[in-house]
Design a protein around this ligand. Structure first.
Ligand code: ASP
Ligand code: MG
Length: 416
């Protein structure tokens, strides 16, 4: 017998039929003797609607009341799933964040979980009752409902799994796992059986939108084995109740016996490049450039600076999210006198393509192979950054698909 957390996202609980289907997935695990805590999202689209209503009521509004409104979507699905479970003979009750309680910090609208008291949940689970928990919400230090930021029910699920010492946290979604790359671009993309926390973190932050990034960070820190699987597979399909069901396990790298050099290729078109030309090469310049951007809450990602030939002027290139491109340019234009650059150039028509794999730590030449392959396709590289387990290149956006496909075959990731 094990203790499981089963989390169901918005598309999995989008209507009453799907909620009944979810109830059957839960019953399958209960029938196999497991203790089960379920975490649910709001019905798909519900949270967007609630957010829109708060904005319509007043564009600038009290974040505590925003939380009161947007947390309600999960309250609805937790109650409906508890009803659907009871209807098929499963002992279940719903829990709101404040009833457990899930304590958060004071950042309404984007709160972080501070502490979860799992004692009462564990007690009920041991009595054979299924706990159906509203995701995305907790209770702040002010004793008011707080929400965790969009996509936050993944984080609820992982945090609860850690708090009750679950053997695994199953994230049921509308895809059947994590792929080597986006299957819409590369039809030969393969589902990964296992991926390490670190690799998944890179993939998630690069736009493989299966999981909220924060949930992966938390899973890594608390070592929660997290399993991505589909709620649209037949409830009693092959292997569904096995110890290794169809899906992708996100786990510690020690659990991955056959380490691939490259595990996946990720991409993000949400990038913009800014280059400052002829910047004085002297101490403090970087601080003058990146200080104001940080103050404006603009996230800078890739940074490339040249060494000047004669020690006087250099170029500085970096990327920001597409959505912040115009704002970043304005901030820098304002800082021109202080920074002393001579020209500012940029493009929002760029994309970042990344090669990810823990095996890179012990293999040389991975980057050189990538550059050669991209060059052979006539793809120009604007900037490069690397970490221990990742190489990212910035290229012109129209070449994204070609670059992803090229790298995917280069590292032998193509399936049949
Ligand atoms: N319902 C919330 C959202 O749409 C939380 C979640 O689904 O994870 O962002
Ligand atoms: Mg989600």
């Amino acid at each position: 017998m094990s203790r499981l957390v089963m989390k169901f996202g918005g598309t999995s609980v989008a209507d009453i039929d799907r909620i009944k289907n979810v109830a059957r997935h839960v019953k399958r695990e209960v029938d196999h003797g497991h203790q089960v805590a379920v975490v649910v999202s709001a019905m798909s689209g519900a949270t967007n609607q609630l957010v829109a209503w708060t904005r319509a009521a007043a564009p600038l509004h009290d974040a505590r009341e925003y939380d009161t409104v947007v947390a309600s979507g999960e309250q609805v699905t937790s109650g409906l799933l508890a009803i659907a479970l009871q209807e098929i003979g499963v002992n279940a009750r719903s829990w709101q964040g404040w009833q457990i309680p899930i304590r958060t910090d004071a950042s309404h609208g984007a709160a972080r979980i501070a502490d979860i008291d799992g004692a009462r949940l564990v007690e009920r689970l041991a009595q054979g009752q299924v706990a159906v928990i509203a995701g995305f919400q907790g209770i702040g230090p002010d004793n008011r409902i707080a929400t965790l930021g969009r996509g936050g029910s993944d984080t609820s699920a992982v945090a609860i799994a850690a708090a009750i010492g679950a053997d695994r946290c199953d994230i049921y979604t509308d895809v059947d796992g994590v792929y080597t790359t986006d299957p819409r671009i590369v039809p030969k993309a393969r589902r990964l059986d296992k991926v390490s926390f670190e690799e998944m973190l890179e993939m998630a932050s690069l736009g493989a939108k299966v999981l909220q990034v924060r949930s992966v960070e938390l899973a890594m820190v608390r070592n929660v084995r997290t399993f991505v699987r589909s709620s649209f597979e037949p409830v009693d399909g092959p292997g569904m109740a096995d110890e290794n069901p169809p899906g992708t396990l996100i786990c510690d790298e020690d659990e991955i016996v056959e380490k691939q050099v490259v595990t996946g290729i990720a991409y993000s078109k949400d990038e913009a490049q800014i280059s400052l030309r002829r910047v004085p090469d002297k101490p403090g310049v970087a601080a003058h450039v990146f200080g104001p951007l940080a103050e404006a809450n603009i996230n800078v990602d890739m940074i490339v600076q040249n060494i000047s030939e004669d020690g006087s002027l250099t170029d500085l290139t970096f990327t920001v999210p597409n959505a912040d491109y115009e704002r970043a340019r304005k901030v820098l234009e304002k800082a021109q006198a202080e920074v002393g650059y001579q020209a500012i150039q940029g493009s929002s028509d760029v994309a970042k393509v990344s090669v990810i794999g823990i095996g890179m730590r012990s293999h040389a030449g991975v980057a050189a192979d990538a550059f050669k392959a991209l060059a052979s396709k006539g793809i120009n590289i604007r900037a490069i950054t690397t970490s221990e387990i990742k190489i990212s290149v910035l290229i012109d956006a129209p070449y994204t698909e070609l670059a992803v496909r090229t790298l995917h075959s280069l590292y032998g990731l193509d399936g049949k």
